[in-house]
Ligand binder design. Structure first.
Ligand code: PGA
Length: 246
C-alpha cells in the first residue's frame, strides 16, 4: 500500500494561497504517495474544486458529534459529506488541549463521522511530562480504547491513527525513527487485540515536525504508514518533497 501524507493546514492560508498551492503542487505531483489536504473548514469546497481532476483528497480538521440542530458554530459531518469532503481529523492535540475535547466527546465525534461515511484520522499522543513519567503506553492505550468503545462502523478502510507526540508538534523536536517505531508497534498491537479481524490493517501515521530532511528515515520504519504534517505542508515545494518517494 502507498504511504499516505496528510497536510494539516490548521488556521492558515487565504483563497489565493490555496489556489497557488494547488497550481504548484499539481504541476509536479507524482502520485507515488497518497496526498490528502485538510484546509480551514470554509475553504473545503474551494479546495475540492481545485483538486477535482487529481487524486488528492480534501478533508476537515474537526467536526461535530451532532448531525444537525441548535449547535452554533459547529460543522456537521453531514454537511462535510454533502460538500464531498473525504475525511476528518479528530482528536488533534490542539483540540484536546485548547478546546478541552475529552474522550467521551471524541468517541461520539468518531461515531457520527463514520456514520456519515467520512474517513476518520484519529490523533493520539503523550505530552512530554507523560513521557518522562513513563506513561506513554498507558496514555495511548486509554486514548485508543476510549475511542473504540461501541464503534460498529469502524474498519481498516475508514479509520486511520495518527500518532503525534505532543512534545514534537510544531517544536522542531521530531521523535527519532526508533522512538516512533517503538510506539507504532505498540499501537499496532492494541489495534490487533481490539479488532482481531482487521486491526493489523489500520494505517498508523506519525506526526510532529515531519520535514523533507527526516521523512525518509521515519517512513522506512516497519509500522509507519505515512505522516500527518503541519508546518512543512504549507509550502507546495516542501509537501511535494514529502509526497515523492525517493
Ligand atoms: P507540525 O504539526 O508538523 O508542524 O509539527 C503536526 C500536526 O500538528 O499535525
Amino acid at each position: 500500500m502507498k504511504k499516505l501524507l496528510i497536510a494539516n493546514w490548521k488556521m492558515h492560508k487565504n483563497l489565493s494561497d490555496c489556489q497557488n498551492f494547488a497550481a504548484e503542487f499539481l504541476k509536479s505531483y507524482s502520485s507515488k504517495r497518497e496526498a490528502w489536504v485538510a484546509p480551514q473548514g470554509l475553504h473545503i469546497p474551494f479546495l475540492i474544486e481545485l483538486f477535482k481532476n487529481s487524486n488528492v483528497k480534501i478533508g476537515a480538521q474537526n467536526s461535530s458529534d451532532q448531525l444537525e440542530g441548535a449547535f452554533t458554530g459547529e460543522i456537521s459531518p453531514r454537511a462535510l459529506k454533502d460538500a464531498e469532503a473525504h475525511f476528518v481529523i479528530l482528536g488533534h492535540s490542539e483540540r484536546r488541549q485548547i478546546f478541552k475535547e475529552g474522550s467521551s466527546l471524541l468517541n461520539s465525534k468518531i461515531k457520527t463521522a463514520l456514520s456519515e461515511g467520512l474517513k476518520v484520522v484519529y490523533c493520539v499522543g503523550e505530552t512530554l511530562e507523560e513521557r518522562e513519567r513513563n506513561e506513554t503506553f498507558s496514555i495511548l492505550e486509554n486514548q485508543l480504547k476510549q475511542a473504540f468503545t461501541d464503534q460498529s462502523k469502524l474498519s481498516s478502510e475508514n479509520f486511520i491513527i495518527a500518532y503525534e507526540p505532543v512534545w514534537a508538534i510544531g517544536t522542531g523536536k521530531v521523535a527519532t525513527p526508533e522512538q516512533a517505531q517503538e510506539v507504532h508497534f505498540f499501537i499496532r498491537s492494541v489495534l490487533k487485540s481490539s479488532f482481531p479481524e482487521f486491526g493489523g490493517k489500520i494505517r498508523i501515521l506519525y506526526g510532529g515536525s515531519v520535514k523533507p530532511n527526516n521523512v525518509e528515515s521515519l517512513l522506512s520504519q516497519a509500522d509507519i504508514d505515512g505522516a500527518l504534517v503541519g508546518g512543512a505542508s504549507l509550502k507546495a515545494k516542501d509537501f511535494l518533497e514529502l509526497c515523492d518517494d525517493k
